[in-house]
Design a protein around this ligand. Structure first.
Ligand code: ADP
Ligand code: MG
Length: 247
């Protein structure tokens, strides 16, 4: 039996079959009910594995979820807006999501939680930092290799670009970044985080103000910009400690 099932590619059912047969005997299931359970177990197993594959492929830095985000700690973030984004219509409309703010306010947490929501909703995603992206996309001698690398960032339905602002790009890297934003424009959303205000993006992008303006134009045309000017969550316990010391 196992070999027949595996020959047909029904590996999930092959694993589950002994248990399913036991239950069917105990509950005296009809042939029809048993067949349905068997097929459902194969389908569910496949969906579970596909989800695991998408989660692995997304390279998320953590499994941070919206459920573990304390909105009361960060009132600058609209819980309503974040929940609406988690409904994933931004994926369908290719609306970019930009989180701006100083370190520790939860930008990476929220970006990666939204990407995880997209993955759980059946979409592909990829998490990267701008410096990783810039290094990868830097000129390679072989155009075909370069195209392959470019496609890696173009294909995922949702692309997270974290930590924009920590590295200054070379002129070459800035142009590649621009090419990518342009290629994804109205095709698939970018979730981006930055500690640097848009006015400084010229400096960031190899000193090319014209390129920065054109890039921001495309990035922000269909976008939700969420500025988080609150306290650092990493310092939370420090604050609590200070309070207890004070009183
Ligand atoms: P940023 O990317 O803005 O520097 P992170 O998202 O890396 O900040 O947040 C730093 C740490 O604090 C992470 O472990 C994150 O999960 C946690 N964190 C930040 N804000 C919150 C919050 N409001 N509720 C719960 N955890 C938070
Ligand atoms: Mg971060």
């Amino acid at each position: 039996m196992n070999e027949l099932l595996k020959g047909l590619g029904l590996t999930q059912l092959a694993q589950q079959l002994p248990g399913l047969l036991d239950t069917a005997r105990q509950q005296q299931l009809s042939y029809e009910a048993f067949l349905r359970q068997a097929l459902e177990s194969e389908v569910q197993g496949r969906q579970r594995r596909a989800l695991e594959r998408r989660v692995r492929a997304a390279h998320l830095p953590s499994r941070s979820r919206l459920e573990s985000f304390d909105f009361s700690f960060q009132p600058a973030v609209s819980e309503r807006l974040i929940r609406e984004l988690a409904g994933l219509s931004f994926v369908e409309t290719a609306t970019n999501v930009v989180f701006l703010g100083p370190p520790g306010v939860g930008k990476t947490h929220l970006a990666s939680a939204l990407a995880l929501a997209a993955v759980e909703g059946g979409h592909s995603a990829l998490f990267t930092t701008l410096s990783q992206l810039a290094e990868t996309l830097e000129a390679t001698p072989h155009p075909s290799l370069w195209r392959q690398k470019f496609r890696r960032y173009l294909q995922p339905r949702v692309l997270v670009i974290d930590e924009v602002g920590y590295t200054r790009l070379t002129a070459e890297q800035a142009r590649r970044f621009f090419d990518l934003v342009t290629a994804r424009y109205e095709r698939g959303p970018i979730i981006l985080t930055s500690n640097t205000s848009f006015t400084e993006w010229g400096t960031l992008l190899g000193g090319d103000e014209v390129l920065a303006t054109a890039l921001l134009d495309r990035l922000l045309h269909h976008a939700e910009v969420i500025s988080i000017n609150g306290r650092s969550y990493r310092m939370k316990d420090r604050f609590a400690g200070d309070k207890s010391l004070a009183g």
